[in-house]
Design a binder for this molecule. Structure first.
Ligand code: ADP
Ligand code: MG
Length: 618
């Protein structure tokens, strides 16, 4: 994804900047990824990591003592017939057990807490990154994709991380300890045994590479599952209304079946390290038995204790070796997850503060001016050379057929999107000279689709201005014509609205969202068919409220019903991304252009039936 590049968008250019395809995968290899996690996330946890390593060393050290115990038991106690030695060796065993157990406990606790903490930090970073993305980003990445990254992928990464720490801390140190023991007990045998190890390296690497591929595939299918879940939960009403339950079940079970197959493929690949390692260990043991046994029987330079101790050490290498063999697999899965995670973290929002941006501070409604603005979503040019002015503290209406670009015009003002060429200014200050947060604090937007959060009505209104007093919230609700229906609820303002406001009717939810915008008290008011969801009676009521709200503010309103914008200071008729004509209601009727036709159409329709509303979307 492209990084914010202010210069590319600030200057009008002949050819539009080609927007990059969104991929959201960091194409770094294992080493870069490990380095990055180390640099960005491990630093804060050095203390706990050192503690974990310390415990691991202790565990590995105590494990390496076991071959010696065997050796002394055979040579000093049993062969020499020394009971005191036997007793002291027996007494030593529980102590060894306690040390090993305690060390295991310690390393497990510290290591896992480090891994959990790192994942927590990564998840917070991901969330913050998602939160600050622009609308273009969300048009590409649905909830399913992002949710599975934050939950499933981070889990995969954690697994890889833990295995890495374990591999280096426990398995490697244990292996080193045992190797030292083996060399100490009989270096010739030790060299012999280690000649076999390289044989296993090649297949283990291969398994890792394959597993990374499977893992990437699995993540993508996991994403499909979360996406389906998200869609069917949110669109549950539609699913029911169209009786699509069986189809949805089929789609879901196809997705989980694909996931299942990939997971089986993954486990098949991953588990292949077992036969590889078993065979290798088998060969080592056979060699040790053959050569070592020979030395004990024929040579007598090697004692039975040495031999058995060595054999114990060789057998004990089995567990850490097996674990190290699967380490690569876990690491590769972690890398696959990490690529998606850091791909997201590295995706900067395209719309950002320019380096020279300063906070905007306007007391009253400013003049909004579009000058020869071109704008495109992806490939299609939606606004073409559009110029229009909303005079300071006036009410301007946009009308025109649906798909003409009216909502797009509104969305450009809070910089939900950036224009391609042309100029967009507030009181003659280019929008991009202001910081985003200050710009958006000046704008209150009410759209037809209402977004409420799963909280109380009170909290949903107060969202407009954190820190507002209860009186202010109630005043805003009264203004928006919401106070009456809120008071009828048993819990009043503390009534929960349900997920996405599902417990309120469309009109009620709309009034709550208007109250929220009123509370925000911003100098620019943008209304995108804000009252279309209401019946004529409530619409009239709110129109009155909106009227007093518009005092001293600059208002740009898109209206479904022309009757609500007849009093606008200027009406712009938008057709196909540009201004077809503009003027006051009276002027436009006189010119008998597109507006007059729209008006005639609605007038006859409304005269025919007051609320059947067969009007085309205007
Ligand atoms: N997020 C988007 N991505 C791509 N195209 C879009 C997007 N939003 C709107 N469009 C397209 O832009 C055009 C104008 O849309 P819009 O401004 O919503 O029209 P209006 O509000 O006048 O009905 C339409 O053709 C629509 O298909
Ligand atoms: Mg629209």
């Amino acid at each position: 994804m492209t990084r914010a590049e202010p210069s590319a968008t600030a200057a009008p250019s002949e050819t539009p900047p080609k927007k990059q395809k969104h991929k959201l995968r960091w194409t770094a290899g294992t080493w870069l990824l490990v380095k990055r996690v180390g640099r960005d996330y491990v630093r804060d946890h050095i203390r706990n990591i050192l503690l974990a390593l310390l415990f691991m060393l202790l565990a590995a050290g105590s494990a390496s003592a076991l071959p010696y115990v065997i050796k002394y038991m055979l040579d000093d106690a049993l062969n020499a017939g020394d009971l005191t030695s036997l007793y002291s060796i027996a007494a030593f065993m529980p102590i060894l057990g306690i040390v090993r157990g305690g060390a295991s406990w310690g390393h497990s606790v510290f290591m896992h807490s480090v891994a959990f903490a790192i994942i927590r930090d990564i998840q917070n970073n991901m969330f913050s990154r998602i939160l600050h993305q622009d609308l273009t980003f969300f048009a590409h990445f649905g909830a399913g994709n992002l949710i599975s990254r934050v939950t499933y992928d981070t889990n995969q990464l954690r697994n890889g991380l833990e295995r890495c720490i374990l591999g280096i801390g426990r398995d490697l140190t244990m292996l080193v300890g045992l190797t030292v023991s083996m060399f100490y007990l009989n270096w010739q045998l030790a060299i012999l045994a280690f000649f076999v190890i390289p044989l296993a390296v090649f297949p283990i690497m291969r398994i890792g590479r394959r597993l990374r591929k499977v893992s990437i595939n699995t993540q993508e299918h996991m994403e499909r599952v979360t996406t389906l879940l998200d869609e069917t939960i949110r669109g549950n009403r539609q699913v029911k209304a169209y009786g699509m339950e069986i189809t949805e079940e089929q789609r879901f079970s196809e997705a989980t079946q694909a996931l299942y197959q990939l997971q089986v493929k993954g486990i098949r690949t991953r588990s292949f390290s077992h036969p590889v390692m078993e065979t290798m260990i088998g060969c080592i043991i056979a060699l040790v038995l053959l050569v070592g046994g020979h030395l004990v029987i024929t040579d007598h330079t090697v004692t039975a204790g040495d031999f058995l101790g060595f054999l114990t050490a060789a057998l004990m290498t089995y567990q850490p070796m097996r674990s190290l063999a699967s380490l690569n697999a876990a690491l590769q899965e972690g890398v696959a997850a990490g690529q998606r995670i850091f791909g997201l973290i590295d995706t900067l929002p395209e719309i950002q503060d320019t380096p020279t941006a300063t906070p905007l501070s306007l007391g009253q409604g400013p003049e909004i001016r579009f000058e020869k603005v071109n704008f495109r979503y992806e490939d299609t040019l939606v606004l073409k050379d559009l110029s229009l002015t909303v005079p300071a503290q006036k009410k301007v209406a946009l009308v025109g057929p649906s798909g003409a670009g009216k909502s797009t015009i509104l969305n450009l003002i809070p910089r939900f999107y950036d224009i391609e060429t042309g100029r967009l200014s507030l009181d003659d200050h280019d929008l991009r000279d202001a910081t985003l947060s200050s710009l958006r604090s000046h704008v209150a937007l009410v759209t037809q689709e209402v977004v409420l959060f799963d909280d109380t009505i009170y909290a949903n209104i107060a969202y407009g201005r954190p820190g507002a007093s209860r009186e202010e919230v109630i005043t805003a609700a009264k203004f928006a014509g919401a106070h009456d229906f809120i008071s009828h609820f048993e819990e009043g303002y503390d009534t929960p609205v349900g997920p996405r406001g599902t417990k309120l009717s469309g009109g009620q939810a709309q009034r709550v969202s208007i109250a929220r915008a009123m509370l925000k008290d911003a100098p620019i008011l943008l209304l995108d068919e804000a009252t279309s969801a209401l019946d004529t009676e409530s619409e009239r009521h709110i129109q009155r409220a909106l009227h007093s709200l518009m005092e001293g503010r600059t208002t740009l309103v898109i209206a479904h019903r022309l009757s609500t914008v007849m009093d606008a200071d200027i009406i712009y008729v938008i057709e196909n991304g540009h201004v077809a004509e503009y003027g006051t209601h009276a002027e436009l009727l006189e010119t008998k252009g597109p507006y007059a036709r729209l008006y005639a159409l609605q007038f006859t329709a409304e005269a025919g039936s007051e609320r059947l509303d067969p009007t085309p979307s205007v």
